[in-house]
Design a protein around this ligand. Structure first.
Ligand code: FES
Length: 118
């Protein structure tokens, strides 16, 4: 687990996701009401970047099939898909640091896939 410097807090626009590539990891940052959150940028369903999706309150909508993830904890709130990882964020001297674990997404995601069949 490592804290990684990502950007200056002032670089993040309010209410719009922004994607970053840190080594092999892609993360998305979200500034909402002056608080900053971080999740995996790649959707848990297929390859689509959440940073190119739409933010509604604390929910980001995947641009490909519309799954919605809560940026505070990564949980899938709409759609029967796995959660994405949410990362701890710290602001130090107005710079954004994210606590990355470097592992594959499947290690941390909670298995909340629901069976849609009756
Ligand atoms: S790729 Fe995100 S919901 Fe399908």
């Amino acid at each position: 687990m490592t804290w990684k410097h990502i950007c200056a807090a002032t670089e993040l626009p309010e209410g719009e996701p922004v994607g970053f590539k840190i080594g092999d990891q892609r993360i998305a940052l979200y500034k909402i009401d002056d608080e900053i959150f971080a999740t995996d940028d790649v959707c848990s369903h297929a390859f689509a970047l959440l940073s190119t999706g739409f933010l509604e309150g604390h929910l980001v909508e995947c641009p490909l099939h519309g799954a919605m993830f809560d940026v505070r904890d990564g949980r899938c709130r709409s759609g029967a898909y796995k959660d994405v990882r949410a990362f701890k964020v710290e602001i130090r001297d107005r710079e954004v640091y994210v606590h990355l674990d470097g592992g594959p997404a499947s290690e941390d995601v909670r298995d909340n896939v629901t069976d849609a069949t009756p």
